[in-house]
Design a binder for this molecule. Structure first.
Ligand code: NAI
Length: 327
């Protein structure tokens, strides 16, 4: 057993936080040999609720949980952090324009980026879950110039897992038979779940489904799954979002399986014509603790149009936050 890893979770008293913290403390984020010290960041009004969750964490007597600190101060929350899960965000409320939403989130993610820059550990890895996740990650990254840019990532793993599940259901195969699926672009309705390189039992997935199913059923079902969950549950995805955050960080730290890849939003190096610098979802592998974009995939015309549309949305978001002086 190694020394404890400090994991900071923002929005700890929220519904994703409630689904996430117990899994981190039980060892599912980093593996069964790594003790964790939790740092919970909340806004002042929610600190008491976070304390309640911490009481429950105590009551689990998790052998790997080395301690819990709760704070409403970002500088304290990120001091010495090795992993930061940025879950707390400003939701879009009725009548709010995109510019207002980006500005409100700038007020959260820029200070958190500065606090990470000032005090996080050298090996800090950041996953942004709070929406708009890709652009919030970009804002935090810009506020942390001393941290390598590639340590800032955003979550599209829930979209990835949703796409795997939908495809498995369609073909009546276990999810474990599906490999090399990709979510491209933004974690938004424009995201593109790509079946042209995905394999099912070693054969290309797109060739095993009707084109009309792929286009008119699969893609919109994956993209609108969040809304369907709200409609059914009366609340947004929480346990599945927490699960995806666990998957993302676990793979980042421990590596992806040989012969497969996953999806994560990471800073673009210009691969596949995706504007350099934006945080966009790609097919990625993880080796030695770092994400790498899978290279050399052929992009057909259908995929090209979809990827370009989602990337265009990310470029617009970037330009909007640039105008606000956040980059
Ligand atoms: P929630 O509203 O239940 O919890 C959010 C928590 O964040 C609240 O406790 C709030 O007090 C806290 N918070 C707000 N501002 C904060 C700040 N400046 N510092 C620290 N904490 C702060 O929301 P829920 O359901 O837990 O979702 C959280 C975020 O995750 C939302 O933005 C949601 O849209 C996003 N999300 C992203 C997904 C993805 O796939 N990337 C999937 C599902 C949700």
């Amino acid at each position: 057993t190694s020394s404890p890893v400090t994991v900071t979770v923002t929005g700890a008293a929220g519904q994703i936080g409630y689904a996430l913290l117990f899994r981190i403390a039980s060892g599912q984020l980093l593996g069964p040999d790594t003790p964790v010290r939790l740092r919970l960041l909340e806004i002042p009004q929610a600190v008491k609720a976070a304390e309640g969750t911490a009481m429950e964490l105590d009551d689990c007597a998790f052998p790997l949980l080395a301690g819990i600190d709760i704070t409403d101060d970002a500088t304290a929350a990120f001091d010495g952090a090795n992993v930061a899960l940025l879950v707390g965000a400003r939701p879009r409320t009725k009548g709010m324009e995109r510019g207002d939403l980006l500005e409100a989130n700038g007020g959260i993610f820029a200070p958190q980026g500065r606090a990470i820059n000032a005090g996080a550990a050298d090996d800090i890895r950041v996953l942004v879950v709070g929406n708009p996740a890709n652009t919030n990650a970009l804002i935090a990254q810009a506020a942390a110039p001393d941290v390598p840019a590639e340590r800032f990532t955003a979550m599209t793993r829930l979209d990835h897992n949703r796409a795997v599940a939908q495809l498995a259901k369609k073909l009546s195969v276990p999810v474990g038979e599906i490999t090399k699926l990709t979510i491209w672009g933004n974690h938004s309705a424009t995201q593109y779940p790509d079946l042209y390189h995905a394999e099912v039992g070693g054969k290309i997935a797109a060739e095993q489904v009707d084109e009309s199913w792929l286009r008119d059923d699969f893609i919109p079902t994956v993209a609108k799954r969040g809304a369907a969950i709200i409609e059914a549950r009366g609340a947004s995805s929480a346990a599945s979002a927490a699960n995806a955050a666990i998957d993302h960080v676990f793979d980042w730290v421990n590596g992806t399986p040989e012969g497969d890849w996953t999806s994560a939003a990471i800073p673009s190096d210009g691969s596949y014509g995706v504007a350099e610098g934006i945080i966009s979802s790609f097919p990625v592998t993880s080796r030695n603790g770092a994400w790498e974009i899978v290279q050399g995939l052929e992009i057909n015309e259908f995929s090209r149009t979809r990827i370009d549309a989602s990337v265009a949305e990310l470029v617009e978001e970037r330009d909007a936050v640039q105008k606000l002086g956040l980059l």
